[in-house]
Design a protein around this ligand. Structure first.
Ligand code: UT7
Length: 319
């Protein structure tokens, strides 16, 4: 993972602003979620626009050009259109003429899924340089009258560049594990779709139920990837978790016995940006100088499906 980039829409929506049109307050949102504000895309700002800005930054960060890119995988739940894939729109906007491109839909777990798919493709010889993007305009899926969901989400995009590494120095993606359980699909879903209502729909969530599954399933997934990589939690330099709720992040931190100095927390300013949340947090970690080349990163996310997973990544490149 040799480069990272991100983009956030300009508009900052604070808890106080939200409380002017929905029955909530800053105190409740901060205490229950850790969220202080979120970004909101304008009506003419598309998921692909956010993705392109994040991708360009990731390309610069990795020192590669767009023609080097063999593969673009975009994790999103808020595509520009039903089809074609938003990834192909991003491909066209970037001029990625040597790439194949497709979307991955695993809601909040999308980035971990996309990373795992990219790793599999690269390991099977389908390309040497990949762009993996998580991008969402999730606020466009919200019912602004439903206080149990509309305060939780935000918009943004993050991207990473993956390059094959023949140095055998242990860089890159060390282990991945994906899971899903469709029996729980009704605790977090959207009540519309192409073949059901013919509409886009709005997010519905039984928050308490999702919360209960989150910590237990993410902890098991993390145990599993550590086992696969023959590492322990004391080897982790940075936990870069999905940013849905500070209480879930803190519970994972406790389970892994990590100090504050080893956990990236961006939920206060980003809220839950679904598939964009991990790469946005990664970008913050790298650009703030916390994450350095050679660091071991532990990534984990859970969301609608339920779908969840974890990855272990040695960031950067050998000297
Ligand atoms: O990324 C996908 C994964 N998603 C998640 O990980 C989300 C997981 N769940 C959560 O983060 C939390 O469950 C929530 C933040 C969604 C909710 O927190 P909670 O502590 O589980 O609260 P609750 O749903 O049990 O609701 C407690 C109370 C209720 O009132 P009563 O029934 O106790 O009188 C709600 O009506 O809080 C009320 N409430 C609100 N009050 C003010 C719910 N939403 C709000 C709100 N403002 N926005």
């Amino acid at each position: 993972m040799t480069g990272v980039g991100a983009y956030l829409p300009e508009k900052i929506l604070t808890n106080d602003e939200l409380s002017q049109f929905v029955d909530t307050d800053d105190n409740w949102i901060r205490q229950r979620t850790g969220i202080v504000s979120r970004r909101k895309a304008s009506s003419d700002e598309l998921t692909s626009d956010l993705a392109v800005k994040a991708a360009n930054q990731a390309l610069r960060s990795a020192g590669v050009t767009i023609t080097d890119i063999d593969c673009i995988i975009l994790a999103t739940t808020t595509p520009d259109y039903t089809f074609p894939s938003t990834a192909t729109i991003v491909q066209q906007k970037l001029g990625a003429e040597n790439a194949f491109a497709f979307d991955v839909q695993a809601v909040c777990a999308g980035f971990v899924y996309a990373l795992t798919v990219a790793n599999g493709l690269m390991c099977s010889g389908q390309g040497k340089t990949a762009l993996v993007i998580g991008a969402e305009t999730f606020t466009k899926l919200l019912d602004w009258k439903d206080r149990s969901t509309c305060v939780l989400f935000g918009d943004g995009a993050g991207a990473v560049v993956l390059q094959t590494d023949n140095s055998n120095k242990g860089f890159g993606i060390l282990a991945n594990k994906l899971y899903s359980d469709g029996r729980y699909r009704d605790i977090l879903y959207v009540d519309g779709g192409v073949s059901t209502t013919g509409t886009v729909g709005h997010v519905k969530m039984k928050g308490r139920d999702v919360f209960k599954h989150a910590v237990e399933k993410l902890a098991d997934a993390m145990d599993e990837v550590l086992k696969l990589a023959k590492l322990t939690s004391s080897d982790i330099d940075w936990l870069v978790p999905h940013q849905a709720n500070i209480r879930i992040i803190n519970a994972m931190q406790k389970k892994l016995n990590l100090p504050d100095e080893k956990v990236i927390k961006t939920v206060s300013a980003h809220a839950n940006t679904s598939a964009a949340s991990i790469p946005l947090a990664l970008n913050y970690g790298v650009t703030s100088g916390k994450i350095k080349s050679g660091h071991l990163l532990a990534l984990e996310a859970i969301g609608g499906g339920l779908s969840w997973g974890a990855s272990l990544v040695r960031y950067g490149r050998p000297d």
